[in-house]
Design a protein around this ligand. Sequence first.
Ligand code: SF4
Length: 683
Amino acid sequence: MYQYRRRLTREVSFGSILLGGYQPIRVESMTNTHTMDTAATVEQCRRLYEAGCEIIRLTVPTEKDADNLRNIRDQLRRDGIDTPLVADIHFSARAALKAVEFVENIRINPGNYAARQKFSTSEYTEDEYQEELRHVRLEFLPLVEKARKNGVSMRIGTNHGSLSDRTVSRYGNSPEGMVEAALEFGRICEDVGYHDILFSMKSSNVRVMIQAYRLLVEKADAELMHAYPLHLGVTEAGDGNEGRVKSAMGIGALLEDGLGDTIRVSLTEDPVHEVPVGFAIVKKYNDFHLVKGDKGHLPLKHIVDSRNRQNNHNLTPPDSLPFNPFSYQRRGSFPISIAGLLIGGDNVPKVETEVHAPLSEVDAVLQEAVQRLAPEKSHDAIRSEFASVRVNSSADLDGLDTLLQQLGGAAHFIVASTSDVSLAVMLLDKVSKVRLDIVEGEQLGKDFLKDLGNDRPGVLELCFLHEYAGQSVPAEVLAHLAEQLRKQGVKRLLFSIISENAVFAYRRLVQAFNSRSLDYPLVVRFKGETSDRLESLISSSVQAGALFCDGIGDILALATRLSVDEEVNLAFNILQGARIRMSKTEFISCPGCGRTYFDLEKATAAIKERTGHLKGLKIGIMGCIVNGPGEMADADFGYVGAGKNRISLYVGRECVEENISEKEAVERLIGLIKERGRWIDQV
Ligand code: SF4
C-alpha cells in the first residue's frame, strides 16, 4: 500500500520462457490478421518479434483456424522465431482442444467457454447453477488434461462484458462476478492438480478492471490457492493518446500494487505499436526486480491485521486503508471556492498546468498563459482551469502585475507558486491560489501560521517537495500543519506533495489525514522531468491516474515537458480514464483480431472525427458480433462488425440496424444518435 513490493507468484511456463515468480514482467501483443491467412499472420508475428514482443496471441474462432496454427508455428520456427504463441479461444471447446496441440499457452474466456446458453435465463436456482457448473467441469476437464499432457499453460481470462448468464444472475455484471467466473475454472484446475495457469480480469472501465484484479487476489488468497501469475490489460482501450493513457492507468495502478506478471496494451492500431508502450509501462517495475528470498507483498487484510496488532487500534478493513481498494468511493472533502470554481466535495476535479516561461519574460508568459487557459482551436476545446506561474523572488512581482493587468477577467485563473514564505503571504492578496513549496514543517514558523485566516482573497496550497524531504515524512508534516491550521479555524487551504512516487506519497497523506479526521481538499501533483514524450505520458497517467481511480484528488496539476496542448489533453484524458470527469466522447474500441472483417482503424478514425465532440457519450466500435456487443459493456451506441464489410448498429444492448453496408454505416450511426436526441452540433 505504501511502498513498491511485487507479489511473488508461481512461475508458469510459456514454451521457451517463464513468467511470474522472479521473471521480469513480460510484454505481449495479439495479431489482428485472419488466422487462416498463414502468410499475413506469419508476417505480422515477425514484425511483433522484431519489435521485441515476448508473447504473441492469435485468435482461434474455429477448428480450421486451430488446425492452421500448426502451419503458422512451423513457419515461424523455421524462420528462427521462437516467440511463445497463445491461442485465444471464445466459445469453441473443439477449437481449444485442437489449438492446444500447436501453442505454448491457451487462453479461455470463462464467460463463454462451455456455455450452454446465452442471454436465455436471467434467474438461476441453486440447482440450475450447480448443474451448469457440473456441465462446465465435464467440458473443461478434457482441455485441462490435454494441456497438461502437452506441457501447455492456460490463461483463464475473464472479460467484464462477457460474463455467463449464470454468473450475471448471481453476481451481476460486477468485479465480484468477474472474479467468481475465473475462480470457478481455477478451482477445477486446482482440483485435478493442474497448476500451470494464470488469470486476467479485463474491462474497458479502468476502475472496474483495477478493482477486479485486486479482488481476485484477495479471494484467491483467502481460498489458499497458489499465487498464480496475472496477465494485466485494459480491454477496448481505443487508440492514440486516449488508448495509451487508459492502458497505462489501469495496468500501472496494479503494477504499483505489486500485481501483474505479464501485460498487454490493447490499441485499435497496428499491434506492433502496442509493444513499445508495454515496455515503457513495465520498465520501472522490471528495474525493481524481485530477488530470490523476497516473499513479495502480503495480502491486504494481513497488512491491516498486523497494523491492528501493532497499534492496538480496533480497525477493520477497509476503513483502516486510505481508500477502499475494491469499490470506488471518492475521498470526502469539504468544498472551497477558487476564482468562483468549487474545489473538493462532489465537484468534478479541476485541472491546473504550469506556465514554463519565467515572469521575467512577461510577453512569453502572457502568450503561454492564454494558450493554457483558452486554446484557440475551437470554443469547445478543453482548457486548463488554472495556469500556474512561478514567483522566485520579489523581482518577479512587476512581471506578475503586468500579466494580471493584461489578462483582464482571466487573471482570476492565474495561480502562483513560490518557496519563499513571506512572498507567499504577499501573493495571497494578488492571486486566487498560492502554492507554497515546503521542505520541512519548521520553516513556516508560528508567525506565518497566525497570519493565515479565511479573509485573504487567495487560497493557500501547502506543497511538500518529497525529493528534498530527507528523513521527514511529508504526510506527517502536512497532517501536523493541517491540524494546527484547523485548530485556528483556517479553511481556505489545500495540500499536495511533489514526489516521483506520487501513488505511495498520497496514500500516506490520505492515511495521515484520515487518522486525524482532516478533510481538506487535495491537489494531486505530478512533475515529469523526462523529455521522452511516451515516458512522460505514461508516468503521469500511472501516478496521477491510479490516485483518481481510487477516489483521491480534487485538482489534477501536471508539470511536464510536453507541449501545452498535449499536457492539457493528457490531464483531461486521465480524468476521463478514471471516469471522474467526462470532457469528450468516450470511445470503447477493440483492437480487432482475426474475427474482424472491416477496416476497424479507418472506421474508428472516421467515427471519432464526426462524433468526438459529444461530451460524455459512450460509443463502442467493435470488430465482431461474437464478442463485440457484450464487450462494449456500457456504451450508449455501438458500431459492430457483422460480416465482410457489414456492420450492425446498437443502442445500448439492443441491435437496431442489422448487417448494413460499411459504406453507409457511419452516417447511419450519426442518424441514430440524432434520432435518440443525443446529438449536438459542433461550434
Ligand atoms: S471484439 Fe474485437 S478483439 Fe474481441 S474478438 Fe471481436 S474483433 Fe476480436
